[in-house]
Design a protein around this ligand. Structure first.
Ligand code: GLN
Length: 273
């Protein structure tokens, strides 16, 4: 069979799964053949024999498994990270949280201690440690599985000696003064049905409680209890009002940022003057 015929046939299997079936079929074929997409395109008349691994990967994608889990990589902030089903797949909107945290860090000493609650794949702590080379980081997660992935990513990007990884709930086990907390915690309401794509991702990383914002509220409590200077969190598009009310009830000034789609996506709070 010729490459173009194989691609046409396989993209047919992905039609209901993605808007770009041809592209994804090509990515998967590129993965198993070790060829660049440009090579496949310019050699589309070459003969190719059927490949069992390609068929397996195609089948996984046809069952709606996210491409990132199949390829075991995802890009975030122009860098490549290792991912598998033990962690949430990085979302582009989380890059805005990283930018926000960098901006807020400018108001802190260079050697600030920054703690990430629920570090998952580690993308936030790894990116922040690259962008803030003098800061010290503690990455906390309740999932040992996730911590293994985040440590792998810290190693991959050469910052494993800059981040202390702790298996813990919230700030339990985090010693000393904290200058900033950054978090993209689970914030989806428990009753919310997950779409077919999300069903492959760890529900521990997605569900935040009956309302969804319980963990966000608890993080605000900890920000106060531990006298932290700055807090930056990602949140759901419909959580601006409840977070605003909660922060106000604690006498805190909260500010919000939007994602690229123009939806409310996060907030930051600074210590009271
Ligand atoms: N942004 C993710 C989603 O909607 C949720 C991430 C989270 O709960 N922290 O798929």
């Amino acid at each position: 069979m010729r490459i173009k015929e194989l691609l046409a046939q396989s993209s047919e299997q992905l039609r209901d799964v993605t808007d770009v079936p041809q592209k994804e079929a090509m990515i998967l074929l590129g993965e198993v053949s070790g060829r660049e997409m440009s090579w496949l395109l310019t050699h589309s008349d070459d003969e190719i024999s059927s490949d069992e691994r390609f068929e397996q990967l195609l089948k996984r994608r046809a069952n709606h498994e996210p491409l990132e889990y199949i390829l075991e990589r995802a890009s975030f902030y122009d860098r490549e990270f290792y991912v598998d089903s033990r962690v949430l797949i990085p979302r582009p909107e989380t890059e805005i949280l990283v930018d926000k945290a960098v901006e807020l860090a400018k108001t802190l000493p260079e050697q600030a201690h920054i703690v990430e609650i629920g570090s998952g794949s580690g993308i936030i702590s790894v990116m922040l440690s690259l962008l803030l080379p003098k800061a010290r980081f503690t990455a906390v997660d309740i999932s040992v599985d996730a911590l293994m992935v985040s440590q792998e990513n810290a190693q991959k990007h050469g910052v494993n000696d800059r981040i202390t990884f702790i298996e813990s709930s919230y700030l339990d086990g985090v010693q000393g003064e904290i200058d900033m907390i950054v978090s993209n915690p689970p914030y989806i309401a428990n009753k919310e049905p997950l779409g077919i794509g999300l069903s492959y991702e760890p529900s521990l990383a997605l569900y935040g409680g009956n309302r969804g914002d319980e963990m966000l509220c608890h993080i605000i409590d900890l920000f106060l209890a531990r006298n932290v200077k700055v807090l930056a969190c990602e949140m759901g598009y419909d959580q601006r009002q409840p977070m605003n009310l909660y922060a106000q009830s604690k006498g805190l000034a909260i500010e919000f940022y939007k994602d690229l789609a123009g939806l409310d996506r996060g907030f930051w709070i600074k210590e009271k003057e």
